[in-house]
Every structure is written in structure tokens, then in C-alpha cells.
Design a protein around this ligand. Sequence first.
Ligand code: DX5
Ligand code: ZN
Length: 218
Amino acid sequence: MLRKLAPSILDVDFTCLERELKKIESGGADLLHLDIMDGNFVPNISFGPRMVESIKSITSLPLEVHLMIEKPENHIKSFIDAGGDIVIVHYETSKHLDRLIQTINEAGVESGIALNPATPLSVIEYLINKIDYLLIMTVNPGFGGQKFIPEMIGKIEKARKIIDMQKKSISLAVDGGINLDNISKVIKAGAEIIVAGQIISKSENPEETIKKIKNILS
Ligand code: DX5
Ligand code: ZN
């Protein structure tokens, strides 16, 4: 399995965004994880489609857009138009998730579902075959730098089994509290895409940290 690293830019210095992106690219990141927070679904507010569009114009990395927003159906088109390559919606935010996934799929970009730590995997039983990407939240969404919830290891293992039973390929991603101590555990549990925020953005040498993580992943 080809494992991938998706650094989150949530906690980078936005005044030097281009420089920070260059470090992420030269370290060897595979994807860029963009956390969209609305101050409603989650307590924090981050940035919107215009920022996604600007980032798209200065990076060649594929963009995964993690929408932590209420009523995602009202904004999905803006984020697709802004250049999201993988658009991820939270199960907990949508009353008509099947319709929303269909909208994303029909737009020709990859669709993903994110699950909060307390949400069981069973809720996506009838959707798993329609998505490209499943994001297991290993912290409660809203902030970078939180502590990994250890019970999520079992959930990742379970998700891996469910995904392996499907005919189509679905990427299994983990997001929140990943560090050099727990990364091997999440890989062993079956994670394929590792989202990592502060361990990279707050490190002295983000480039080196990315290289270190990539080494563990390979
Ligand atoms: C949390 C976000 C994460 C966050 C991860 O709500 O979805 O993507 O940036 O940051 P760390 O790795 O610092 O927990
Ligand atoms: Zn995220």
C-alpha cells in the first residue's frame, strides 16, 4: 500500500504562506490538507474558498478540502470551483449526505466523508461504495495540536476491514493528534493517508519533519 502524507496548513504562519508551502513541497508531501472551519459546526473559524483558490494557484500538490461547516450543500460548489481535488464532508453536518456525495461525484472530483470520534462506522454502510476517501477523526475537530484519542485505533482497524471488503478502492485517512510516537500504530491499524498539522508546522524544520514522517510511511 502506498501511504501518503497530507500536511495540514491550519497552524502555519499565513503571512508567509507561500514560503511555508514551498517547505511542505520540498519535504516531499503528497497532498495538502485544507481545514475549513465555520465557527458553528466547530468552535474555530479558519478560511474559505478564496484562500483555497489562492493556494491552488501556487502549489502543484493535490488539495484535500476538509469541510467542517454546517450546511455544506450551500458551499460545496465554491470549494470545487476553487480547486479542491478531494472534497470531504462531515457525516454529522448533512441531512442528505447521499445527495451531497452525488453532487461531488458528478462534479468530477473525489468525494470523502469524515466521521467524528463518537460517530460509528455503521452510518456510512450505504455510502461507502460511492466515496473515494474516508477520514477518521482521531481528535474532536476544531483545533490543531490536540491529543490523539487512543480508542480510535480500533476504529481505524474496523474501517480498514470494511474498506478491504469493497470492490472499489477507497483511501483511509486519519486526522488529528498524529505524532512520531503514534504514527506507527495508526499505520499498523490500516491508515493509508496521514494528515498532520502541528507536528510539522510547529517543528523547527518542517521540511526535515516531513522527510522523517515519509520515511516511516515507506
Ligand atoms: C482538526 C483538523 C486537523 C488539524 C490537525 O480539526 O481537522 O486537520 O489541522 O492538526 P494536528 O495534527 O495538529 O492535530
Ligand atoms: Zn482536517
